[in-house]
Ligand binder design. Structure first.
Ligand SMILES: [Zn+2]
Length: 410
């Protein structure tokens, strides 16, 4: 058994008064975020002073005496706003230090009333939050009913309430929960993420791309058209907006379901999973491939593999983007530049005349390179006398300590 943090998402069924209060709280949380962002910016430009979370928190207490309506809402929501702002600053500075690239997390931005994520987070203290079969008790809101979709188990940590673009209210209930680990297995695998198929493994398994987005594209295009043709400010426009948002949600749900099932199975069956470190953002710029890539949502898939690996003592090893996994022959190591052409699906090696299927060859190379990298980390107990890998659990622990893999919560 191991203890993990898991988020359970439920759709709330608030009463009218509760809905009003949720929206008010989201508004107040946004107000606090923006007001303190402005204050921090101003102090920095005028006096070169920085204002940390504690200083902001003290100022918030004073502000609440001046502004009556801030007292009407959940106080944790406002505090968490300040914490989010602090994190946004920290991420910005951390990113500034480590990369010289233009494309980073960027300076904290003001939150808008529309377009960005509308939510607030509340924390558990002294039983202010409770969850039963089909309702949950939240600060200031009281008992709110929800649609039950799954069993919520574990110790409550916090709850995030979000108003989705389709006009629904979703509570993400974070719990500390125990999970039963999968039994240890000895199989290792290399994965090549593809365009033609979703992925090909070093075992030769081909997982087809579901392409939900393409299937649903017509519906989506219709919804887009309806929205752009509607008159601004009309009821029809509101309806069209909701319809479009719902179509997007449906696609996301279908895709997430596919990704969850696939990642769970791969984690269960394998001990070490080697995968390409994708610069997806860069690849999406190539317009021809853009639709397929974002549709396949590889980065989400890799994230799922990473946190599930942590839950079950598996290891996800990323292989550098510049490693020529497609061009290298897995039999003899010959590098065949002709394979750069994406249309070349299979080839005979000029070096050893071995036959290679493009994606399967890449997956085998990724596995080989991944295992080599793990061995190079220099963990003595990971290698036996013959230099073969043993005990991925031990490597896993070492690698987590070294901060190479980080925990992600759904
Ligand atoms: Zn060869």
């Amino acid at each position: 058994m191991s203890s993990i943090q898991k988020a359970f998402k439920v759709t709330l069924i608030p009463t009218h008064n509760q809905e009003v209060l949720i929206n008010k709280t989201i508004g107040c949380a946004r107000y606090v975020y923006n007001r303190f962002l402005a204050l921090r910016q101003e102090l920095y430009t005028t006096e070169q002073k920085t204002l940390n979370y504690n200083a902001c928190s003290q100022k918030l207490t004073i502000l609440k005496k001046e502004i009556e309506w801030l007292k009407e809402v959940d106080k944790f929501a406002l505090q968490n706003s300040l914490k989010n702002l602090e994190t946004a600053y920290k991420n910005f500075f951390a990113d500034l230090k480590k990369s010289k690239s233009k494309k980073g997390v960027g300076f904290p931005k003001f939150k808008k009333k529309y377009g960005c994520k509308q939510s607030y987070k509340t924390n558990l203290t002294n039983g202010n939050i409770q969850v039963t079969e089909n309702k949950c008790k939240l600060p200031k809101l009281g008992w709110v009913r929800f649609h039950k979709s799954q069993d919520i188990t574990g110790k409550l940590v916090n709850v995030t309430i979000t108003r989705t673009s389709s006009g629904k209210y979703v509570a993400s209930i974070l719990c500390e929960t125990e999970i039963e680990k999968h039994p240890q297995v000895s199989q290792n695998i290399g994965i090549d993420l593809g365009i033609k198929s979703y992925l090909v493994t070093s075992n030769g398994e081909v997982v087809e791309n579901p392409k939900y987005y393409r299937v649903q594209k017509r519906k989506l295009r219709k919804a887009h058209k309806k929205l752009s043709r509607s008159v601004k400010g009309s009821t029809n426009r509101v309806k069209a907006k909701i319809k479009l948002a719902r179509a997007c949600v449906r696609i996301t749900n279908l895709r997430d379901d596919f990704l969850h099932k696939l990642s769970t199975r791969l984690i269960k069956e394998n001990s070490i999973i080697c995968i390409e470190d994708l610069r997806v953002a860069n690849m999406v710029k190539n317009h021809k491939l853009a639709l397929s890539i974002s549709d396949a949502s590889w980065s989400k898939f890799v994230t799922m593999l990473e946190y599930k690996a942590l839950w079950h003592d598996r290891l996800v090893q990323k292989v550098g983007t510049f490693y020529p996994s497609s061009q290298t022959c897995n039999h003899c190591g010959f590098i065949n530049p002709l394979v750069k052409d994406l249309k070349l699906r299979e080839w005979s090696c000029p070096g050893c005349s071995g036959y290679n299927l493009r994606d399967n060859n890449a997956a085998l190379n990724i596995l080989g390179e991944g295992v080599r990298l793990i061995a190079a980390v220099g963990i003595p107990e990971a290698l036996n006398a013959c230099g073969e890998l043993v005990s991925p659990g031990a490597i896993q622990a070492e690698i987590i300590e070294a901060g190479i893999t980080r925990l992600q919560v759904v």
